[in-house]
Design a protein around this ligand. Structure first.
Ligand code: SF4
Length: 719
């Protein structure tokens, strides 16, 4: 433990709030305010404030575990040597019997950039498998696909959060920052204080929607039609920016024609949003000089998520609100390193630097950095759900790091069954998650405050998380695990255990790619409040590079050597978009229904989401007493009319049944949700597991499952 406060960042969501960690009485670690970090200015939500509780030995793994007997025994403590040997044998044996693609790797959006990079390299260089993907696929992949299609580049926000209060209007689509990232709410409050307006699109009147000037509550899965209806009105009311469309975009005629087929009355029928509200939204969005659209999981986690986000981007492009100061489209990425995690190679189709695995030049560049033959690199593999669905069949062994798909994957009972059918499963985690509990070998690894590494926030701001405490005896870092496994599988070099050393290689691998980190060094990150990518190297960068890891880990001051280095890029696209011709591309899309529309048997739509006191699959936050007291279990949120039809009172157990299974949770009755929709949070396993119900219908481009809308029926649970 450092003796003084160590400045670092929260382990949870993509806001990556700054915090100080300090030693406290009884060996505890205390979170104290870090007002200098501009994103949260000292504010933290309950999850960040209580994050050190998961550092405590009582709640986490401190010894490797191996399954006794022939795979049907219990997990028992083992030495690191035995556990690593067993994993190496499990992976190598499967590869020898069934081929390299029979070995899968599953990563996580919470892994640092260094870990995500090393994991992708491990899969392709050591295992030679194409079968790698990660849970970030379930988070922001539709926005990433739509952003890449429209702008030639995907970075969650192409501008810093500090721009939000200065714009004229923000449309927040399917996002509830009051619950998911509370410190960010101040940006929207300040927007309103400055005279701007906030429009929230959400089927529920959430705590965020309550603060909106206008709340549009469409049926789940109809955000695409809603965006097209607004675009129709923009055209009909003569509010397009013709000069901008001419000079900075392509594809307008097709997009215009698609929008004109979506009459407001037709859109009202699809979405349930009254025409006067559509008109008011257009007025609020178009009247100010600048405006933004921000999306999150609501429109993105759909089987048409890419087109849905594309339609919202089209609205921005038609009104000249992208690539201009204080205007633009952005995605509020969810996971802690959701942004960096999708840039450096743990995604099925990617190489580091956001390069495409199918691009011969990208393969040559990365292969040279890795010291391998480009032809030895496998091609793209299955997406996350498809990979999980193939377990026990085409993919027989799995190495899983930083993810808990038994709770977080769609059609979770099926995914659990697939995981159980594996020949071999190894899991690296901090706690014995529901997925780790099914493993043949579990490795206890270090976590955020116990290790140094970088993350990239939803702003595209690369940040240094510093080691602040000594890990408990018995745990090792994920980088050490990959180093040891690579050696056991015959690759002695290329997997350093020091995070800065990995980052130095990542810089070279990303150089010249869309997400260029080559001008970013640990030294810079220690001195600055993060650096926005792209940040290419300059001649001075090399001098500024440092290996002063220990000094930085301690938060010690280092000399200013940043002069003449690239400043980073807080704002993208102001001169040109990242497409070949520099113009943004309209998507030209049309409404289509959700994959599973309600019918007589399943007459209600289920939508899922998060609550403020739990995080994702809850593996960490369910182990924090204060958070558990605030959010002890799942619930079914439903409208009083629906509850009356069911004969359910507040707190009564309600069964929610879909074509994939049945979940039971207490009723929470509120008129803040549409009468044709129910909501369940997805943080819990067991009987109330929301993802037992969700539909794995995939978006054809992003391969995002349709978490946000599936048909269900409700049943009263008697006795
Ligand atoms: Fe952590 Fe996100 Fe909460 Fe900030 S908003 S303290 S980053 S969980």
């Amino acid at each position: 433990m450092q003796t003084s406060a160590t400045p670092t960042h929260c382990p949870y969501c993509a806001l990556q709030c700054g915090m100080n960690l300090s030693p406290a009485a009884g060996g505890r670690v205390e979170v104290t305010e870090r007002a200098d970090f501009p994103v949260n200015r000292g504010a933290l939500c309950g999850k960040g404030r209580t994050a050190p509780e998961v550092l405590a030995a009582g709640v986490r793994l401190t010894s490797p575990l191996v399954r006794s007997g022939d795979g049907d025994g219990t997990l028992v403590p083992a030495s690191w040597e035995e556990a690593l040997d067993r994993i190496a044998r499990g992976l190598a044996g499967t590869r020898a019997r069934h081929g390299a693609d029979a070995v899968g790797v599953f990563g996580g959006g919470g892994l640092t950039n260094e870990k995500a990079y090393a994991l992708g390299k491990f899969a392709r260089v050591v295992l030679g498998t194409s079968q790698i993907d990660y849970n970030g696929r379930f988070c922001m992949s539709s926005a990433a696909a739509a952003g890449t299609r429209a702008f030639g580049l995907d970075r969650g926000l192409p501008f810093p959060l500090e721009d939000i209060p200065k714009t004229g209007c923000v449309i927040l689509v399917g996002s509830n920052p009051a619950e998911t990232m509370p410190p960010s709410l101040r940006y929207f409050t300040e927007l309103k204080e400055n005279g701007g307006t906030l429009i929230v699109v959400d089927p529920r009147r959430t705590r965020t929607a309550e603060q909106a000037d206008l709340h549009l509550a469409p049926r789940p899965g109809t955000d695409l039609a809603l965006a097209l209806g607004l675009l129709h009105l923009v055209v009909a009311e003569g509010r397009t920016d013709e000069a901008y469309i001419r000079e900075r975009t392509t594809g307008w005629e097709e997009a215009r024609a698609a929008a004109m087929a979506h009459w407001p009355e037709y859109v009202e029928r699809i979405t349930g949003v009254p025409v006067p509200q559509l008109r008011e939204a257009v007025r609020l969005f178009c009247e100010p000089e600048a405006a933004m659209v921000l999306t999150a999981r609501g429109p993105e986690q759909q089987s048409k998520g890419t087109d849905t986000v594309g339609a919202w981007i089209d609205l921005c492009l038609a009104t000249g609100r992208a690539g201009r100061p204080l205007s633009g489209y952005g995605c509020l990425t969810g996971q802690g390193n959701g942004q960096g995690g999708r840039e450096h190679g743990q995604k099925a189709d990617q190489l580091p630097g956001y390069r495409k695995l199918t691009d011969p030049a990208a393969r040559r560049h990365v292969a040279e950095v890795w010291g391998v033959d480009p032809d030895s690199l496998p091609g793209p593999g299955r997406s996350a759900y498809e990979l999980l669905d193939a377990l026990g069949r085409d993919v027989r062994a799995l190495l899983l790091m930083g993810s808990n798909p038994v709770v977080s994957a769609p059609r979770a009972a099926h995914v659990e069954e697939r995981i159980r059918s594996l020949d071999f499963l190894a899991v690296c985690d901090v706690v014995l998650s529901e997925t780790a509990a099914l493993a043949d070998v579990v490795l206890p690894v270090t976590q955020w405050a116990e290790e140094t590494g970088t993350t990239t926030s939803l702003e595209g701001r690369v940040l240094l998380r510093r080691r602040a405490v000594t890990p408990p005896p018995g745990v090792r870092s994920d980088l050490e695990v990959l180093h040891e496994l690579a050696a056991r599988l015959g690759v002695e070099k290329g997997f350093p255990t020091d995070a800065e050393e990995v980052f130095e290689e990542l810089r070279r691998a990303s150089a010249g790619g869309p997400a260029d980190y080559s001008g970013i060094t640990y030294r810079r990150l220690a001195e600055e409040q993060g650096v926005f990518w792209p940040c290419p190297a300059t001649a001075t960068t090399a001098e500024a590079a440092t290996t002063a890891g220990a000094a930085m880990a301690a938060g010690a001051a280092v000399a200013d050597t940043t002069a003449a280095v690239h400043p980073g890029t807080p704002r993208l696209f102001l001169d040109r978009f990242a497409t070949e011709d520099g113009r943004a591309r309209f998507a030209a899309v049309s409404h289509r229904p959700v994959a599973e529309e309600p019918d007589e048997e399943y007459p209600v739509l289920l939508t899922t989401g998060r609550v403020v006191s739990q995080y994702q699959s809850g593996a960490q936050t369910r182990r924090v007493a204060e958070l558990n007291a605030a959010a002890p279990g799942p619930f079914v949120e439903l409208h009083p009319r629906l509850a009356a039809r069911l004969g359910a009172a507040e707190g009564d157990p309600v069964a929610v049944v879909s074509r994939r299974g049945r979940a039971v949770a207490p009723a929470r009755i509120t008129d803040s949700i549409r009468p044709d929709t129910v909501f369940m949070p997805f943080h819990w396993p067991g009987e109330g597991r929301a993802n037992t119900l969700t539909n794995p219908a995939l978006d054809p481009t992003s391969r995002m499952p349709e978490f946000k809308a599936c048909a269900v029926r409700l049943e009263a649970v008697r006795g």
